[in-house]
Write a new protein. Sequence first.
Length: 175
Amino acid sequence: MGIEMTKEDVVSELEAVSVAVSPAEKYREYLATQRLRMTREREIFVEEVFASHEHFDADQLIQRLEQRKDGKRVSRSTIYRHLKQLEEAGLIRKVARQGDRDLYEHDYGYPQHDHLICKKCEELFEFHNEKISELLEEVAREHGFRIEGHRLEAFGLCDKCCRRPNTRPNKMNLI
């Protein structure tokens, strides 16, 4: 059983899905189960994390928070601690490692999707293909398994990195 993917299956931006509560409220609920409260720093943090749907690492998030013009700041140690809490709360998830950095993405409020990851330029391509989900459900049924979700990361080379250089190498560069 083959799965064919077209360029239309690979998407760069996924649309948010409708959720019952905001990410901030979901985080507040999680914190309450941990006997923690939603502090001003946590509010700023979750607001910034969900301000746009882009993959990010801790350093990029720190930069974004430092560039805020409202004067609201969050310490570096708080950011690392809150990333772990957001992950435990099911709001974000680690996607992949690029070099020595963990990349995160929203897990709450966005549809199930998978990733193609270029090993050369490290670009991530998000895509959704219903045939993959159907195949997984079929395999799960054959094994009496109930799938609650899946995560697929395929590694290889993107189209741009597979292309030959436009120019021929200078003979002097080959020596």
